[in-house]
Design a protein around this ligand. Structure first.
Ligand code: ATP
Ligand code: MG
Length: 199
């Protein structure tokens, strides 16, 4: 780099630093964050579990609620339960397998009771509500009740909701919303779900 380029580089970096410093100075609110991870692409639940690992790695407390994943083996559960993370797993498989609305609703409601208890526990820093969006879409859970529980949670508690087709009221309420877009997926090319990668 010539001296002139070096000088320009320094100037540009200085500007970036000023902008970042200003934004950091503006972010003064201390509170838990509500995140919604939605969309049709792969990476919603794994992202949520990544944040659980981040939380637990700091010696903080996390709890996981899994809606509709009852019959699936879950690698994250094996690991995180041994690290002391409590799990509540809905005791039914995928809805298109069970095809019984009453038992599905009961299962969702029972799991939601545990979720609600954790959403009132200020010892828990992070609650992952994996695949909750479907419970709202299928009307297994009352959206008003879910929103009330989210609004009344402890101030410092963060919550992550995953699942496709998140209801607009959930994305409006959330502080951070990410939509994972499907560009392509191995399954569409006939590749089976892989243990240690897909579950
Ligand atoms: P992951 O748990 O891998 O982060 P996800 O939570 O984003 O995935 P889900 O809709 O919950 O996605 O799907 C769970 C399973 O379905 C995973 O095995 C995942 O690989 C697979 N899957 C995710 N997206 C797609 C897709 N677009 N087409 C086919 N299969 C998918
Ligand atoms: Mg998922």
């Amino acid at each position: 780099m010539t001296d002139k380029n070096q000088e320009k580089y320094k100037e540009r970096q200085q500007k970036v630093k000023e902008q970042v410093d200003q934004k950091v100075a503006q972010a003064t609110i201390e509170q838990g964050i509500l995140q919604v991870i939605t969309g049709n692409g792969k990476g919603k639940s794994t992202s949520g579990f990544g944040t659980v690992a981040r939380c637990v790695g700091h010696g903080m407390k996390a709890a996981v609620v899994q809606f509709i994943k009852g019959t699936w083996e879950c690698g994250e559960r094996n690991l995180l339960e041994s690290a002391g993370v409590p799990f509540a797993v809905m005791k039914t498989g995928f809805t298109w397998e069970t095809q019984n609305r009453d038992t599905d609703t009961q299962a969702a409601q029972a799991t939601w009771q545990q979720a609600k208890a954790w959403l009132q526990d200020d010892e828990i820093n992070l609650v992952l509500l994996d695949e909750l969006t479907y419970m709202v879409s299928y009307d297994y859970l009352d959206l008003d009740e879910v929103i009330e529980a989210l609004n009344n949670r402890p101030k410092m508690q963060s919550v992550i909701i995953t699942g496709r087709g998140a209801h607009r009221r959930l994305t409006e309420l959330a502080d951070t919303v990410s939509e994972v877009r499907n560009v392509k997926h191995a399954f569409e090319a006939g590749i089976q779900a892989q243990k240690g990668f897909d579950y």
